[in-house]
Design a protein around this ligand. Structure first.
Ligand SMILES: CC(C)(COP(=O)(O)OP(=O)(O)OC[C@H]1O[C@@H](n2cnc3c(N)ncnc32)[C@H](O)[C@@H]1OP(=O)(O)O)[C@@H](O)C(=O)NCCC(=O)NCCS
Length: 216
């Protein structure tokens, strides 16, 4: 179980569980922002504060997934969410999904850093065997952020998704605990108090993406 008072920190980010206190107009605004939800399935539904609160209550009430707020450690500003789940307890794997709602924070390596943190939580804290993520083929930034954390592209479902500019392939990325453990940036976590301090070494350079992935 991940506790409400737990904090997982890296160089610039702290992850904590999203609570109802986060479910205000800013959060609603993120989900309604066409730039933010361009590659998110949430765009197919209009979200109100009420249904986001219900969603967050459900997340907190069950351990089938963990919804974290990405908080800038410096200003304590909530800038987006990252989720581990749904978790398959039998096969010990889970999806990873994320969005940075504050677009002024894009392009600064925050998604890469957040994925690094959640990967550690998934393998060390939740003792999962595998993490996976699905990405629209046009979402180059998201694919790069996964690859920088050692995720491998494992599959492509051709024209599976309706993107804003036509059909898109659905790319699947995966990372195994055994792969993560031997990664240079898999620095052991220090401290086990309710504030688990995680130190991440510089993420490696982005290996070449499959040339077919074009940025829309
Ligand atoms: C996708 C998203 C999470 C990326 O977050 P981010 O913090 O800007 O990503 P990072 O800064 O960690 O960038 C990761 C890599 O992508 C590159 N990148 C960032 N934006 C890019 C863009 N628009 N085009 C091409 N590459 C881009 C970065 O340069 C970096 O690669 P590099 O270090 O090799 O240069 C963010 O744009 C977002 O939240 N979008 C809306 C929701 C969404 O699409 N979520 C993902 C669903 S799968």
């Amino acid at each position: 179980m991940i506790q409400l008072d737990e904090r997982f920190s890296s160089q610039r980010l702290t992850l904590r569980l999203v609570t109802e206190a986060d479910c205000g107009p800013v959060y609603v605004g993120w989900l309604a922002d066409p730039e933010v939800n361009r590659y998110l399935e949430t765009r197919f539904t209009t979200h109100s504060e009420t249904d986001i609160r219900a969603f967050v209550r459900d997340q907190l009430a069950h351990s089938h997934s963990w919804l974290f707020a990405m908080v800038l450690t410096a200003g304590k500003q909530h800038v987006g969410n990252i989720k581990i789940g749904p978790i398959n307890p039998h096969h010990k794997y889970a999806d990873v999904s994320y969005f940075i709602g504050d677009r002024s924070c894009w392009g600064q390596g925050l998604a890469t850093e957040a994925i690094g943190l959640v990967t550690r939580i998934g393998f060390e804290r939740l003792e999962l065997n595998r993490l996976q993520a699905g990405v629209y083929s046009g979402n180059v930034a998201s694919a790069k952020a996964l690859i920088k954390n050692g995720f491998q592209k494992e599959g492509r479902f051709r024209k599976q998704l309706q993107g804003s500019a036509g059909w898109e392939d659905h790319l699947w990325f995966g990372l195994l605990a055994e792969e993560w453990r031997v990664q240079p940036n898999a620095v052991p976590a220090t401290g086990t108090s309710s504030t688990t301090k995680i130190r991440l070494a510089e993420p490696p350079e982005t290996p070449g993406l499959d040339s077919a992935v074009t940025r829309r």
